[in-house]
Design a protein around this ligand. Structure first.
Ligand SMILES: [Zn+2]
Ligand SMILES: [Zn+2]
Length: 389
């Protein structure tokens, strides 16, 4: 069990109580559920067994006032349902945007939060007693893959097919490890708890049950395809929803789409690195769209109302004030890319003043008249003076 799982698990939901439930309500609900899903009452039913373990885990935390407080704090700190995506605060097009791993936070285990959570996690599993690491359900591995999106799909969001190679449940035995037509049975030595004990003098140590190696289940007839491990290498294709507004190089997290867990542990997460193709007209700057449009010298000088393209919409009008220099950028609000919080970025319109290439006689006369009418000091006087200083 990892810190991530801990933060992602809703113990209140598991026990069917509200967040404000009293200790009594929690105890009542736990007893009811524990009776229903107890392995003794559901021999060989791995789903019930799984559920029973979840219920015990949830109760172990919520029944302890101190642990419950820490659990609530951790979840309000990091967000229930996993890690909040700090996407909108990330750098433009940010590779760093969603690339955030709690493991980094707690890996060193030197912070007080890390230590506290570590202690907490060490104790949450098992029916009151402690189990060793091997006996606990293990979360599936995180999986990395890549996806290519068109410029427009990245803005609107898209469903993509991803081919993933990795270890998964064996198809022959559906991951049970037991030969087709047979099912694993509850381990007679540990009665499904996965725990054994060893006496050393006056101390009793808890350790994984030797008969079932901590799994709580034994397989009499191992599946020939996976030799009883229940796992096999395979490729699978999944449909993944890429949220609207992703940027090139960004890594997005798809919770629970990684490798399956072991011993009933939850699946890992899938990280998808997104490649976004460029667009002939628009560019991206974070959640703003950028576009460069030409304007004529008279438009820039005298001012004008110009039409500029918007992404997937009608052209929008932008007022260019008189005396606009080339390279100035205008902002059209709300015509950019949708952010995870629902707000929308802007369209940044940069004007580029065009210099006429071919002048006919009339235009040349007009321009020469303009030159004469605006004759004044050399416009480079200031820069020449400063260069000498
Ligand atoms: Zn056993
Ligand atoms: Zn198998």
């Amino acid at each position: 069990m990892s810190t991530k799982d801990f933060l992602e698990k809703d113990y209140y939901k598991t026990l069917g109580v509200t967040k404000g439930a009293s200790a009594d309500e929690i105890k009542k609900s736990y007893r009811k559920l524990a009776r229903k899903y107890h392995p003794d009452a559901n021999k060989g039913d791995s789903k019930s067994e799984e559920r029973f373990k979840e219920i015990s885990e949830a109760y172990n935390v919520l029944s302890d006032e101190k642990r419950r407080k820490e659990y609530d704090e951790a979840r309000s700190l990091f967000g229930a349902g996993g890690v909040r995506m700090p996407g909108s605060a990330g750098p433009p097009g940010g590779a760093g945007g969603y690339n955030f791993d709690l493991g980094d936070l707690f890996g060193g285990n030197t912070s007080s939060a890390g230590g506290r959570l570590g202690d907490l996690l060490g104790g949450v599993f098992g029916g009151g007693g402690r189990t060793t690491t091997q006996a606990r359900p293990r979360r599936g591995a995180d999986v990395e893959t890549e996806a290519s999106l068109t410029f427009s799909d990245a803005i609107d969001g898209a469903t993509v097919s991803l081919r993933l190679a990795g270890e998964g449940p064996c198809k022959e035995c559906a991951g049970t490890g037991a030969k087709a037509g047979t099912v694993p049975r509850v381990c007679p030595t540990c009665e499904g708890t996965g725990q054994g004990s060893r006496n050393l003098g006056s101390f009793a140590f808890s350790e994984p049950c030797k008969t079932c190696r901590g799994r709580g289940l034994v397989v009499d007839d191992p599946c020939p395809a996976c030799s009883g491990s229940g796992r096999a290498m395979s490729t699978r294709t999944i449909q993944a929803r890429i949220p609207a507004g992703v940027g090139d190089g960004q890594r997005i997290k798809l919770k629970g789409k990684g490798a399956p867990g072991e011993r009933g542990g939850p699946p890992g997460d899938l990280y998808v690195k997104v490649h976004v193709s460029s667009h002939p007209v628009f560019g991206r700057s974070g959640h703003n769209l950028t576009v460069t449009v030409p304007v004529t010298f008279p438009e820039a000088t005298l001012g004008a109302e110009i039409k500029v393209p918007s992404h997937r919409g009608m052209p929008v009008s932008v007022r260019i004030p008189a005396g606009t220099p080339s390279g100035r950028t205008f902002r059209v609000r709300g015509k950019g890319v949708r952010r995870p919080d629902g707000t929308v970025g802007d369209l940044l319109v940069t004007v580029s003043v065009q210099v006429p290439q071919d002048l006919d006689d009339k235009a040349r006369d007009a321009l020469e008249n303009f030159r004469d009418a605006t004759a004044g000091p050399d416009p480079r006087d200031e820069v020449l003076r400063q260069a000498k200083a």
